[in-house]
Design a protein around this ligand. Structure first.
Ligand code: ZN
Length: 355
């Protein structure tokens, strides 16, 4: 059954019924899953999925152990995070109004979903959609997910930064920095990150204070002051007069949204923010290659299980690849942190299934 769930995500099959039909027709799949001549029925598959929903902590433990395995093989995994949310349209009618100019639809086949906003992608316009949002913290260097949660679409994304960092830390990730887009530029997010010893890398929204120029570094008649290091414990950054003629020649600026410990003009900040793209790429891969999209289940608990199993499969394949790479060629490829090839992952799949 675990193998069936892995194969479902690997072949991006949307439903258990289709997956069971695929296994029935292919003896090679049956052999790989250890059910040769006696493939499971679709009812068995749905019963098993119901059991998984009732025993969420078992899935959670499984995810924890795979993440820990990855962390032991990939030392940079989880050091720098990138957090974002992405739309998952519900398996329900996505029309907001009953007919053009008519009343708003008040009944949906998926009452757990709600109206949220998504940005434009390619030729698709941004705007409202009915469904869920996947909140995810990705590793910025390896591009693999570290922590995630599925919430209804209207939920405010900035509320999930703290739970995601907590989950990442519980799984042993270092989470030294966390890159997020402008939607997370809220005072509370900076505070929550600082409490968790994680540096928030967020661009500024043009709020009133920013328009007034309160985010600029201190200045005097000798020019704009230079950044002279940050003290995490103190929660403040030191700024110095460029010529040192002022008295005092330096001052401590308390860290907040307008004055982060890592100045936004610095090369270090820019490099850290550039890594944010990792989470967007991962959303694309999960949706288009691993069958996260389209949803063919309704209800928050079913959608959550679907996302958990999909991402768990992706991580398990990555783990089997890095394990195979570290035993086959101990130097060349692992040092660069690269997975050898997709074929190696496919071959090593039965090994993952037994765990
Ligand atoms: Zn001065």
């Amino acid at each position: 059954m675990v193998g069936l769930a892995l194969a479902k995500a690997i072949y991006a099959v949307p439903t258990w019924t289709k997956m069971v039909a695929l296994v029935r027709e292919h003896w090679a799949l049956q052999r790989a899953l250890g059910c040769e001549g006696n493939p499971p029925s679709k009812w068995a598959a749905y019963r098993w999925a119901a059991k998984l929903r009732d025993n969420g902590e078992m899935v959670e433990r499984c995810i924890d152990s795979v993440v820990e395995g990855l962390r032991s093989k990939l030392p940079t995994y989880g050091t720098d995070l990138a957090i974002d949310a992405s739309d998952m349209p519900a398996y329900a009618n996505g029309q907001r109004y009953v007919y053009q100019g008519g009343p708003e639809r008040n009944w949906h086949t998926d009452p757990d979903a709600s109206w949220g906003h998504r940005s434009a992608v390619s030729t698709r316009r941004g705007g409202g959609f009915y469904g869920f949002k996947l909140q995810m913290a990705c590793c910025a260097s390896t591009g693999l997910p570290v922590a995630w949660s599925v919430e209804t679409a209207k939920a405010n994304e900035s509320m999930f930064v703290a739970p995601l960092i907590d989950a990442a830390k519980r799984r042993g990730a270092m989470a030294a920095t966390c890159a997020m887009d402008k939607a997370y530029d809220v005072n509370r997010v900076y505070g929550e990150c600082a409490e968790r010893d994680c540096e928030a890398i967020v661009p500024l929204r043009a709020t009133g204070a920013v328009v007034k120029g309160e985010h600029r570094p201190p200045a005097c008649q000798h020019g704009v002051w230079d950044f002279a290091g940050a003290d995490r414990k103190r929660g403040a950054a030191k700024w110095r007069c460029p010529t040192g003629e002022c008295a005092p020649a330096s001052t401590w600026v308390k860290a907040d949204r307008l004055h982060p410990l890592m100045p936004r003009e610095s090369q270090r900040w820019k490099a850290a923010y550039r890594k944010r793209g990792a989470v967007e790429r991962e959303f694309g891969r999960l949706k288009n290659e691993w069958g996260l999209k389209p949803l063919r289940v309704r209800g928050l608990d079913r959608v959550r299980l679907h996302a958990d199993l999909t991402i768990l499969t992706k991580l398990a394949c990555a783990l089997s690849r890095v394990r195979a790479a570290s035993t086959d060629q101990p130097r060349s490829r692992t040092q660069r942190g690269q997975a050898p090839s997709r074929r190696a992952g496919v071959k090593a799949r039965p090994a993952t299934r037994r765990e």
